[in-house]
Design a protein around this ligand. Structure first.
Ligand SMILES: O=C(CO)COP(=O)(O)O
Length: 120
């Protein structure tokens, strides 16, 4: 099972805390993590093995959107910062749209991600 993790800057600390909270489950269920560049670097620093793509503003969201469309990514945890706008908002909308098109579970906050990861 492949899970994509993506967090805007204001939400990166919450993403790392979430990963730490569920580290045992991530390891025991052999979950493959993929991530946008900077989120992935942060997760690596916290001790996780992650396949990193480009940073979000440089196309990372679009790369993960492609994996969703190709059926490679099974779940997306995207902790968005709702209080800021982003230059790559079109890519973000595309990723979310493709999750809906392909019926891929998408969590945009830690509470929803917790429900999803506990369902694995
Ligand atoms: O911008 C992002 C998601 O839209 C996240 O990208 P980074 O993980 O590279 O910061």
């Amino acid at each position: 099972m492949e899970i994509a993790i993506i967090a805007h800057d204001g939400k990166k600390a919450e993403m790392i805390q979430f990963l730490m909270d569920f580290k045992a489950l991530i390891i025991s269920k052999k979950i493959d993590l993929v991530a946008t560049g900077t989120t992935g670097k942060n997760a690596e620093k916290a001790g996780f093995k992650v396949t990193k793509f480009l940073s979000g503003p440089y196309g990372g969201d679009a790369q993960i959107a492609a994996r969703v469309a190709e059926g490679k990514t099974n779940m997306v945890f995207f902790f968005r910062d709702p209080l800021n706008s982003h230059p790559h908002d079109p890519d973000i909308a595309m990723l979310m749209r493709l999750c809906d098109v392909h019926d891929v579970p998408l969590a945009t906050n830690p509470a929803t991600a917790e429900c999803l990861i506990k369902s694995i």
